[in-house]
Design a protein around this ligand. Structure first.
Ligand code: PLP
Length: 554
């Protein structure tokens, strides 16, 4: 082909990829079909591909050059199948119980295709039309789940261009940032000569308020997205004040009061108090009612991060665990967690439909004053029609369906906790309040020893147990049959010592009792490996009182 003919052929092919619907038997279609058909097990019984290390996989992605020439879709889809699909993580597997990403209802896949094909942009009505009222409806549904206002309230505000019941975004992080951004701009809004922080910045705002800084208070279990928010909003990460927790990983109210007093002494004004409804690592819920009282007393914004635990409100049996959430000024909810929507969907709802005016932005070509464009009060600009998938979940699964899922997860977590407590060589570290729990492998004779160990001994025992936990978790993950995550926690019964523990998240309805048994059995089998036996031997030898007596355990 001459260069001219080649350019022409390329142009024709380019037209084709935008205009010719994909043949159902095309290679790309087959990859897609394989995933769709086999979505409950596209990597068969394995959670990750066994053969390749991350370093090996990096070699498939180490060329920084953009291909000069176009390639065939069939060639590219072969690459996707071989290098991406086969080497991805099977987050839907029922034995994948370590993270907050779980199975998706099958209808999310075809609906996602429709969403992609429509390619709506929710920043403005001109590029989204019906998607804008649909998103507003979704926000109203979640607002109602939290705040339970009456019909007239929703009739008034659901589609009112001057108000917004919340903001839809890509996840919990942006939702938390949006909540604190709104709180900041409300506290430091225009007042007399002062034109507000949004125009004049933090320095002028602090001078206006007559204080040295603004702080956000949250328990030590707060999600790290709050640190990002403190940084972005100009508060400074040091002004995200972390409050100690009680023995159930909930904010300690006395410690909170002491922090508030200390801040006041330093002329730092509390901007917001954040309660957590489902901590990321342990799934605990702060005493929201008490926090609402304290926020009211201090006169600060009360935000609840319910990214994980929010959907507990669907459950008649368990919604009492979130008592007080309805008093929050704003609430974060993550749809890509327990609403079972694909990744990239979060929300923040506000009690006051006028609150989001504090962060409103306008532009001449879109987002005009009085328009219904959703982009005027979202941090993100262009946004996909993800709310369609939340709408689908809420419509198809319904309140009762979500209730079943929530109740099942909580019941499973309790079952697993019982199994752990019932086994002499496991130690439950945190009891599940919702559907997350932590534990570690800790042979019974070591548990007994820990009861009488002095601080130094306990420290050494715990460090060896940490190593064992890390190794077991790594081997289990690499073996690829099941997966639990690990984290580090301060556990009150061990004083200030931070322990490495297994973390289990039970939100996949396909996770059965037998699978939970298999996860624990696999860990007990891993402990028999030489490298871990050596660590157990070390435990045995380090502490004279047990040496020899428990030789059989090694
Ligand atoms: C309590 C909590 N808040 C916020 C987030 C952040 O959510 P995302 O990862 O969707 O940004 C998470 C994520 O795990 C979370 O557990």
């Amino acid at each position: 082909m001459t260069p001219r003919e080649l350019a022409k052929a390329n142009l024709e092919n380019l037209y084709r990829i935008f205009t010719v619907p994909e043949a159902p038997d095309s290679t790309l279609g087959r990859v897609d079909q394989a995933i769709t058909d086999n979505v409950t097990g596209f990597l068969q019984e394995h959670i990750v591909a066994l053969e390749h290390s991350l370093e090996d996989i990096e070699e498939d992605f180490d060329d920084p050059c953009i291909p000069e020439e176009p390639t065939f879709v069939s060639e590219y889809s072969a690459f996707v199948k071989e290098k991406l699909v086969a080497q991805s993580v099977h987050t839907a597997a029922p034995g994948f119980i370590g993270h907050m990403t779980s199975a998706l209802p099958y209808f999310m896949l075809p609906l996602s295709r429709i969403m992609t094909a429509l390619n709506q942009n929710l920043v403005k009505v001109e590029t989204s039309k019906a998607f804008t009222p649909m998103e507003r409806q979704v926000l109203a549904m979640l607002h109602r789940l939290v705040y339970e206002q009456d019909d007239s309230f929703y009739r008034k505000y659901i589609h009112d261009s001057e108000h917004a019941l919340g903001a839809f975004c890509s996840g919990g992080t942006i939702a938390n940032v949006t909540a604190l951004w709104t709180a900041r701009n409300k506290l430091c809004g225009p007042d007399g000569e002062f034109r507000g922080i949004a125009r004049e910045g933090m320095g002028a705002a602090l001078r206006h308020l007559g204080c040295e800084g603004l702080a956000v208070l949250v328990s030590r279990r707060g999600h790290y997205s709050l640190g990002k928010a403190a940084d972005l909003l100009g508060l400074g990460r040091d002004n995200l004040v972390l409050v100690d927790t009680d023995d159930r990983n909930r904010i300690d109210l006395d410690a909170l009061q002491r922090k508030i007093d200390q801040l006041q002494g330093e002329k730092i004004r509390p901007l917001a108090l954040v309660g957590i409804a489902g901590t990321t690592e342990t799934g605990n819920v702060d005493p929201l009612e008490a926090l609402a009282d304290i926020a009211a007393e201090v006169g600060c914004h009360f935000h609840v991060d319910a990214a994980w635990g929010g959907p507990t409100l669907f459950s008649d049996k368990n919604r009492h665990l979130l008592q007080g959430i309805e008093r929050a000024d704003s609430v974060t909810l993550d749809a890509h967690k327990q609403l079972y929507v694909p990744m990239g969907a979060g929300m923040v709802v506000f009690k006051d439909p006028a609150a989001l005016a504090a962060i409103e932005h306008h532009a001449a070509y879109i987002l005009r004053h009085g328009s219904k464009d959703l982009g005027s009060h979202t941090l993100e600009g262009s946004r996909p029609g993800k709310s369609m998938l939340v709408h689908a979940g809420l419509s198809i699964i319904g309140r009762k369906g979500y209730e079943l899922l929530i109740d099942l997860g909580i019941a499973r977590a309790r079952q697993m906790a019982e199994k752990i407590k019932g086994h002499p060589d496991f130690e439950l570290i945190t009891e599940p309040e919702l559907n997350i729990l932590t534990y570690r492998y800790n042979p019974s004779w070591v548990q007994t020893a820990l009861e009488t160990a002095d601080a130094d001994q306990a420290e050494r025992i715990n460090r060896l147990l940490d190593q064992i936990t890390r190794l077991v978790q790594k081997v289990q993950r690499e073996t690829g049959k099941s997966f639990v995550s690990r984290t580090r926690l301060r556990v009150p019964r061990y004083g200030v010592t931070v322990l490495t523990v297994f973390r289990v998240v039970l939100a996949n309805p396909l996770t059965t009792d037998e699978i939970l048994d298999a996860v624990l059995q696999e860990q007990l089998a891993i402990v028999e490996r030489d490298e871990i036996r050596q660590l157990i031997q070390e435990l045995n030898e380090t502490f004279n009182p047990f040496h020899g007596k428990n030789g059989e355990c090694c």
